[in-house]
Design a protein around this ligand. Structure first.
Ligand SMILES: *Cc1c(COP(=O)(O)O)cnc(C)c1O
Length: 381
């Protein structure tokens, strides 16, 4: 008999009771080094905490189980995970296809850092799988995708992109931050690497910055682990512990995030002050069918356009009282922001520029009635 339901793994994978003390919860091993019984005689397999730490190892094993991968690796942030992966898989003159509306930090990593090291990159509208196929080159080493995207909630077809990547001997990398491991498991759909900003839903409480990679192929896992140790942007023991604690409730949190977001998307859809609601759970969303196929539910992020324009959108962000005006997402508390002036300000004037009348909400797990009432009063002009 195997006990491998998602909710069970979230609470138990990598988290046996501590053999020394019986502690039920994995302790915070706040230590940099480990005593040796004679030179090279490691007691528990650990020698130095950049290379390995038991609290981090528990988290790494847990996320690997949740994503059905062979190896998980935890980093100091989502961006540290991305940087480590890209320096593992891309050499100068290699080519990577990124989303037309990539996360701003990912776009900056390619355009301002990897570009200087000679890595070629190209932004493509990946909602059109054929456009991705057309962009493949002999030197393409990876297709990097995100689904749903930020802040426009576009959906890309993971199975189709995996097939295109593999035809060209490239890897498919999926940034799974918006869906979380609970709503979508890209490796089971053919992807090779999953990236997480664990700062968001995986941690889930807006109290820690962290990142992760999960890979399907053990040999690639070894190569990434080599770079993780060499570059050293590892997740610290306390951050790993906070993230593990957050992951235990991932499934129940996500169920509520999704239910509240669906309710809000429905309420906003008919509202006279709202022009367009971007939410993959709405049947009219262009990615709805693909999202339905590859996600368990449609997530906790909703974006909408305010009919009266940018000033009105800014006012909505100012007027909410349960939704807190802040960047980031994925925590239990609801957040609201204006992407054009906040998270996506750096895309102004570029092809990635977002509409000025756009508002993005990260729907938390408070009372749905309160959340709806708060948005309705903020939209009452
Ligand atoms: C936040 C985020 C990142 C970056 O993660 P950090 O933990 O902030 O470094 C990457 N991708 C997506 C989709 C994100 O939302």
């Amino acid at each position: 008999m195997t006990f491998d339901g998602f909710e069970t793994l979230a609470i138990h994978a990598g988290q046996e009771a501590d053999p020394g003390t019986g502690a039920v919860v994995v302790p915070i091993f706040q230590t940099s080094t480990y005593t040796q019984d004679g030179v090279g005689g490691l007691r528990g397999g650990y020698e130095y905490s950049r290379t390995g730490n038991p609290t981090r190892a528990a988290l790494e094993e847990c996320i690997a189980a949740l994503e059905s991968g062979t190896r998980g690796l935890a980093f100091a942030s989502g961006m540290a995970a991305e940087d480590t992966l890209l320096r593992t898989i891309a050499n100068p003159r290699d080519h990577v296809i990124i989303p037309g509306d990539a996360y701003g930090g990912t776009f900056r990593l390619f355009s301002k850092v990897l570009d200087r090291w000679g890595v070629k990159w190209e932004a493509v509208d990946q909602t059109d799988s054929e456009a991705v196929r057309a962009a493949m080159r002999p030197e393409t080493v990876a297709i990097w995708t995100e689904t749903p995207t930020n802040p426009l909630l576009n959906i890309t077809d993971i199975e189709a992109l995996a097939a295109i990547a593999h035809e060209g001997d490239a890897l498919l990398v999926v940034d799974n931050t918006f869906a979380s491991a609970y709503l979508q498991q890209p490796l089971t759909l053919g992807a090779d690497v999953v990236v997480h900003s664990m700062t968001k839903y995986m941690g889930g409480h807006s109290d820690v910055v962290g990142g992760a990679l999960v890979v399907a192929d053990p040999e690639l896992g070894d190569r990434v682990a080599f770079h993780q140790n060499t570059m050293g942007a590892v997740c610290g023991p306390f951050d790993a512990w906070l993230t593990l604690r957050g992951i235990k409730t991932l499934a129940v949190r996500m169920d509520r995030h999704c239910a509240n977001a669906e309710r809000i998307a429905a309420e906003l859809s008919g509202h006279p002050a709202v022009g367009q609601v971007l939410y993959p759970g709405l049947p009219e969303h262009p990615g709805h069918d693909v999202a339905k196929r590859q996600m368990r539910a449609f997530g906790g992020m909703v974006s909408f356009r305010v009919r009266a324009g940018e000033d009105a959108a800014l006012k909505v962000c100012d007027r909410t009282r349960v939704f807190t005006l802040a960047e980031s997402l994925g925590g239990v508390e609801s957040l609201i922001e204006h992407p054009g002036r906040m998270t996506h300000a750096s895309t102004a004037g570029s092809p990635l520029e977002v509409p000025a009348d756009l508002v993005r909400v990260s729907v938390g797990i408070e009372s749905a009635d309160d959340l709806v009432a708060d948005l309705l009063q903020a939209l009452d002009f």
